[in-house]
Design a binder for this molecule. Structure first.
Ligand SMILES: [Zn+2]
Length: 480
């Protein structure tokens, strides 16, 4: 039942992909990703829950909650769910909000060879060479002290203009064995020392009185950098307590190629999946079905560094929240009905996949060569790096048939180590069936990645079909 790619479908995919590109341009850090998703959910009347408060849930309603402002879960409860008529299955799409990047060090102020440089640390496994010679900036979360209230607050910051640069070494100065050293070579320059001193407003004073702030932040980071940040988040530099700021490319995400058939962006892994999952849940939640299932998305922080944290997938976040949703309709109790609901549930772990690379085609096994515009990739690894098995793949294959979504199979070459996803963590911590799928892309973990527009629409259509028809397709095959 192969789908024929038509011009109409391709045009529809371009339009849909532009929506995703708009989201990618806002989702510049895990904190911004959560804020972006939150604003989409708000527009469609999803109500915010707090984990610190009692949850009073109702069937036929839509909710979301965040943890650490870097992970987010949204869900829509079937209309038949009420006290005594508990949820009987959970349909999850799980993705991640984080991407490999370079973050500011706890003490970043470096004065070297006439430059103001910034100390950094690498987050995850990036292709660090791709961050050189780009017009970069910073984005993330800043914690401040509010003078008026005496309270701590967290704020988002994204400076939109080019601010920092990791300069390449001129080819004439390279020795034959020159390799990027993460400690030595990734520090960006932000200013020259001479101009920074010239522009310092306190430099005119005869005696410089360095006013020590409550948190001594000015001893750790460049004062003019703190001033810039403080001005943009409406605080004073001395009231900045701490921050988690990551490098971001200022070059905007866009459609590209001769036929505008590619999405070019940072963070496709895995904000593309996260945004598509969000739009799919929004679409299917316009009309919540008369059943006892719960449609959900979980977008986790910390996948790129192993998922072990209180907001990561290899923790209790999913278990906590599924139990809480179930217990809300069962006098606060978890019982055998919950265990049964888990066995009738499925989580799609949606993370990007490796398309075959024309210049490195031998890196793919000849029979497993996912291509752009040819569909969603089922990832299989019998050593359980991916959770796909014959039962959950059969369910997805049938859903894909019904939704006219082509599928492709991927298995890593046997002489290469296999990557992994949130899949194994979720399956083992929650005790539910998980399948690993993804949209094919090139340049994974580069500062700039690309994927195909058509697969982006296929991804959406498959998620919607899953939310709408999983129980019908799964039947009793998950009963044993
Ligand atoms: Zn990923």
């Amino acid at each position: 039942m192969a789908t024929r790619l038509t011009k109409e479908l391709f045009r529809e995919a371009q339009t849909y992909s532009q929506t995703i590109v708009n989201g990618l341009n806002k989702a510049v850090s895990p904190f911004h990703s959560v804020a972006t998703v939150k604003s989409l959910l708000h527009k469609q009347d999803f109500k915010e829950l707090k984990e610190t408060e009692e949850w009073e849930l109702e069937g036929g309603s839509k909710y979301y909650f965040t943890r650490n402002n870097s992970s987010i879960c949204a869900f829509a409860i079937g209309k038949n769910v009420r006290e005594g008529s508990v949820p009987n299955s959970f349909k999850l799409v799980g993705c991640h909000t984080d991407s490999p990047t370079i973050r500011i060090a706890p003490i970043s102020n470096i004065d070297k060879a006439g430059y103001k440089e910034m100390g950094v640390q690498c987050y995850g496994g990036g292709i660090w060479n791709t961050w050189f010679d780009r017009d970069l900036t910073f984005a993330g979360r800043v914690v401040t002290y509010n003078d008026d209230t005496g309270r701590l607050e967290d704020k988002l910051w994204h400076h939109k203009n080019p601010l920092i640069r990791i300069p390449n070494l001129a080819i004439h100065l390279c020795s034959a064995d020159e390799r990027t050293n993460k400690e030595k070579h990734l520090k960006p320059i932000i200013a020259t020392s001479i101009i920074d001193a010239l522009m310092d407003p306190s430099s005119d004073e005869e005696e410089k009185i360095v006013k020590e702030s409550r948190y001594s932040i000015e001893k750790k980071h460049l004062k003019s950098f703190l001033d810039l940040m403080a001005g943009e988040i409406d605080t004073k530099a001395e009231n900045i307590v701490d921050f988690e700021l990551s490098m971001v490319d200022t070059n905007k995400s866009c459609l590209m190629g001769l036929h505008k058939e590619f999405i070019s962006s940072g963070r496709l892994d895995n904000m593309l999946s996260s945004l598509v999952a969000t739009h799919s849940l929004l679409d299917v939640s316009k009309d919540i079905p008369d059943d006892n299932s719960v449609n959900m998305i979980y977008l986790f922080d910390h996948e790129e560094v192993g998922s072990k944290s209180d907001q990561g997938a290899d923790g209790v976040l999913v278990k906590d929240s599924l139990e809480r949703i179930y217990a809300s309709f069962n006098e606060g109790m978890i019982d055998v009905g919950y265990k049964s609901a888990l066995r009738h549930s499925l989580c799609i772990s949606a993370d990007m996949a490796h398309a075959i690379h024309p210049n490195y085609a031998d890196k793919h096994q000849a029979q497993h060569t996912p291509m752009m515009h040819k569909g969603i990739v089922l990832k299989t690894n019998c050593n359980q790096r991916y959770m796909t098995d014959s039962v959950n793949s059969a369910i997805i294959r049938e859903l894909a048939n019904r939704a006219d979504v082509p599928l492709q199979d991927f298995m890593i070459k046997q002489d290469l180590p296999c990557g992994s996803t949130i899949g194994p963590a979720l399956a083992s911590t929650v005790g539910m069936k998980v399948i690993d799928i993804g949209a094919p892309q090139l340049s994974m973990h580069s500062c700039r990645e690309i994927c195909g527009t058509t697969d982006t629409l296929y991804y959406h259509n498959l998620f919607c079909e899953f939310f709408r028809n999983f129980q019908d397709v799964a039947g009793s095959i998950l009963d044993h």
